[in-house]
Structure formats: C-alpha cells, structure tokens
Design a protein around this ligand. Structure first.
Ligand code: UDP
Ligand code: MG
Length: 349
C-alpha cells in the first residue's frame, strides 16, 4: 500500500484533482501491456478517435505488466497529456490474464471493455459492443471472424476452442478471446472470485447473465513482437482446460479401466493357454513361450499410463497449492492517476 501511495504523488494528485471535477466514467477500457513501446502512440490515437463516437465519459486503464522497454515512460507522457488515460505498473511480469484482472479491480466505469494493446482488436468495434450493452446485454464478447495469423496458429486455436467446449463444465463461446465488454455487475462477480489462476474468458462465461457475441475481423499485430511465446500460449490452454474441466481426471479413470480390462483378458488367455496347452498348440499353433517381451511391454505400458495419470492429478494439485498459498496475484509498483475506489474494494472483501 505504502508503495502505491508514495509514488508519483506530484503528477497523480494533480490529475486526480482535475478528475474529481469530471463526471465519473461510464466506460472503462482496460489494456494490458507488456513491452509495447511501438504501439502506444498509435493505440492512443486510434482509441481516442474511436471514442468520440461513444459520447460518454470514459477512462482508459493501462496495466503495464512489468515491461522492460519504454512503455511506462510513454504511458506517463500520455497520462500528462490526457488524464483520462491512467496506468498501473506491476513490479514484474505477472501475465496477461493477471493484468486484465488487476484492471477489472481498478475500473470505475459502469461498463468495462478489455482491449489488446497491439490493435488486433480494433477500437472501432467497441462502439458496436456498447450498442449491445445499451440494448441490455451484460456481456458482449468479440467473436473472431477471420484471423490473419499463420496457419498452424489458426488451426491450434480452432482445435483448442472446440476441445474446450466439449470437455468444459461451463459452456465457453467458440472463438471468443478476451476482447469484450462487461457490465459492472459481471465485473463485480469476477472481482469477487478469489482465484489466482485466472482464465478470464472462462470466468466471464461462468458468470452467466445475458451474453452475446459480436463478429469482428482480427487484424495482425500492428508492430512489435507477440508477447505470447509458444510456451505461454500452451500454458494458457492448459489453464483453460484444467480450470474449467474435471474431464482429464475422468480420463485417468477411463484409461485405468481400459488397461485393466485388457490386462484381465490377457490373464484369462494366458491361463487357458497353460491349461489347454495341447489344444492351443494343435489348433492355433500357439505354444507357451517364456514371456519376456510380454512382461516388458506390460510394465512399460502400465508405467506410462500411471505417470500420465499422476501428471494429471499433479496439475490439479499444483493449482490447489497456488490457491492455498494465498499470495497476492499481482504487485503494483507505481500508479498514474488511478484511484482505489470503494466500489471495488467492497467487491473484493
Ligand atoms: N501481455 C501482457 N503480459 C504478458 C503477455 C502479453 O500484458 O505476459 C499483453 C500484450 O501486451 C498484449 C496482450 O497481452 O496487449 C496480448 O498479447 P499478444 O498480442 O502478445 O498476444 P497474441 O495476440 O499474439 O496472442
Ligand atoms: Mg496480439
């Protein structure tokens, strides 16, 4: 706490004063940023231009997820120029989903929009999301019509969403990422969830309320490199599966049953072969052989199955361990113009 209050007082105080005179924002836009120095300028221009059509007071909360480049310096400039743009800086890289969750805690608007920094989710589409919200939907999520990304990635995404939809206990919309608008009521539900391991699009689906998708074209990244390495993407997929499904645990049971059945049949066959050795030899040409190969295969196979099952249990156990430790999900190092409002604190407690 003291860290957050102690830093940046000069600038933040000036802007909070002027903010106090402004109306409370209707819309909060949350933008997670990790090493995005190339896009901040364009992002500011495109979003500000798009926002003129919303005709409501808004705020933008950029969560700097421990960037190593000039992102924070650029954000400071933007904040000075336009106090509607606020920012928090994590003490290190905590991950995309955590950054979004922090933004949700800090947002004050009646509706919250989640947007990627790299302009893959076009700010111009936000207007359509707001329209649907005004028609009474609490969750309006973007559905990617076409992805301009490499074939293997498109296929991986395609397969992932379909597998997840099959095995998840919560119906999660196909091809919808984090780009969405959520009403304050939904944000409060999400904020009240104590989970550390957050798969935001899953939690959003879990929350319920009236939800609707809006199709849009997902553009390629404007500049810079993807911050999602292959490893991070796989981790996100694993989080999605293990946080929203107990199917892998059942898979372990089913595999076990299957292997046991096969083993049982094998035992019967071996016994019969021993007892009716002559018959087997005469009609099937099978003689009891010293079963070295069989033994080795059986042991290796069973060993493999057991290790897989242990791994599956480990995934859940690890998650339980993470939750039980109860460490804060993120640490804020610096803030620019962000107020810790009572609304969200109440939701958190
Ligand atoms: N991001 C983040 N922390 C991370 C990785 C990514 O805050 O550890 C942000 C990133 O700055 C961007 C968004 O999450 O605004 C999506 O990341 P990216 O565009 O790199 O992923 P992709 O679109 O390639 O899946
Ligand atoms: Mg991107």
């Amino acid at each position: 706490m003291s860290v957050m209050e102690g830093v940046g007082t000069g600038e933040s105080r000036g802007s909070t004063d002027s903010l106090a005179n402004m109306q409370l924002p209707q819309i909060s836009v949350i933008i997670p940023c990790f090493n995005e120095q190339e896009v901040i300028d364009a992002l500011y221009r495109r979003l500000t231009a798009a926002a003129t059509s919303w005709r409501v007071p808004y705020e933008v909360i950029v969560v700097d997820d421990g960037s190593q480049d000039a992102t924070w310096a650029l954000l400071t400039e933007v904040h000075k120029k336009d106090p509607r743009w606020k920012a928090v800086r994590f003490s290190r890289n905590f991950g995309h989903q955590t950054a979004i969750s922090a933004g949700l805690q800090l947002a004050q608007g009646e509706a919250v929009v989640i947007l990627d920094a790299d302009l893959q989710d076009p700010p111009e589409v936000v207007e359509k999301l707001i329209e649907k919200w005004q028609q009474g939907y609490e969750v309006v999520y973007g559905v990617r019509r076409r992805r301009k990304e490499p074939l293997w990635k498109r296929f991986a995404y395609y397969a992932f969403y379909r597998i997840l939809a099959r095995i998840s206990n919560t119906p999660i919309a196909l091809d919808s990422g984090d780009f969405c608008l959520m009403d304050r009521r939904v944000v409060q539900v999400l904020n009240a969830m104590p989970e550390r391991n957050r798969f935001v699009r899953g939690l959003r689906a879990w929350a319920g309320f009236r939800q609707i998708g809006v199709e849009y074209e997902r553009h390629p990244r404007l500049a810079g490199q993807t911050q999602y390495t292959f490893r991070k993407l796989v981790q996100l997929a694993i989080d999605g599966v293990f946080s929203f499904s107990v199917w892998p645990l059942r898979l372990a049971t089913r595999l076990g049953l299957l292997v046991s059945t096969v083993a049982f049949l094998g035992v019967i066959f071996t016994l019969l072969q021993r007892i009716y050795a002559d018959w087997f030899d005469k009609y099937l040409g099978l003689r009891p052989v010293p079963g070295f190969a069989t033994t080795v295969i059986a042991i290796l196979f069973l060993g493999g199955v057991q290790l897989i099952c242990l791994g599956i249990i480990g995934e859940y156990l690890g998650r339980i361990y993470e939750e039980v430790k109860g460490r804060p999900p993120w640490i804020i190092q610096e803030t620019l113009g962000v107020e810790h409002n009572a609304k969200n604190k109440a939701a958190k407690d």
